[in-house]
Design a protein around this ligand. Sequence first.
Ligand code: ZN
Length: 391
Amino acid sequence: MEQCACVERELEKVLHRFVMYGHQSEERLDELLRSVCEIRAQLVAFGVQDADLSVLSQNMTQCCKNIKETVQMLASRHKDIHGSVSKVGKAIDRNFDAEISAVVAETVWDTPERQKYLSESIVEHLYRQGMLSVAEDLCQESGVVIDMSMKQPFLELNRILEALRMQDLRPALEWAVSNRQRLLELNSSLEFKLHRLYFISLLSGGIGNQMEALQYARHFQPFASQHQRDIQILMGSLVYLRHGIENSPYRSLLETNQWAEICNIFTRDACALLGLSVESPLSVSFASGCMALPVLMNIKQVIEQRQCSGVWTHKDELPIEIDLGKKCWYHSVFACPILRQQTSESNPPMKLICGHVISRDALNKLTNAGKLKCPYCPMEQNPSHAKQIYF
Ligand SMILES: [Zn+2]
């Protein structure tokens, strides 16, 4: 964070100089314009009166000189700003380490299959962002073939979200109504919240919408038991329709942050329904990398200084645990207490009949003549009775 603040300070200096430069140049240009206008007026006057030609010529020469000086002065100040801009670049170089090759495992992208995964995640990310043409171009250039069935949900999500951002609820409502049953199974209140917002948009139209609002209230019927309180508030607000909801105790219904909220709820519930993660896997990986890289680079340096390079072998495992925050806790992990290794798909955790859990490799190692003695309790048992468990 210290590094960011340092770069930000330099950036603020540049911005300040830009603003100052803008003010100064405007002031000077106004001044020049004024004197040019004066001369023009004198010239016009010269046509009708018998003015002193030498004075006029002197004024014009002075004005030209002023213009030249101003242009030179502004150009040299502009050059000074370039100096400040390049200082920002230097501050970035000084504060951020761009050389990360030391902590990159060379074999990460060495097979075409892995490169395909990378391209696919980038394409998926672009689809999620609604950058369809960029995604198509990347597919063409990288030779990645994306199935239409993978593309379709993102296209639909984007179309609906785009409309929601423009405060158009219809596409989202159509989607929610056609997926009502599945949304209710997920315990989602999306459809009710969409109807509620539609009702509120009718309320904000004033007394002219009274009949329409009353008729629309029928849509609340399926949600009556679950959202009784919300529905009571909405119906209560109708009393104040004539004087305007904004002047009533119900003015909180018109809060604008509800639109951002409905976009989030829609994204969350639609992703859950489609079996997609709410955030793009690429942005999650990128954010995790940003947090983990500085720690890893420090560790790498320490390892090299102490000359114990064998500690970190890059084999699917980091030399230390890096805390990425609760947001990145997707599932628990299990480390085998016997082998002191994190379990994996090839070496999964196994629950013994006594309830203790060890990894399958440990179980195989401890099995002797078809029998296993639990290393903890120590109950003797048949190793084939152990069951794989999933975290
Ligand atoms: Zn046991």
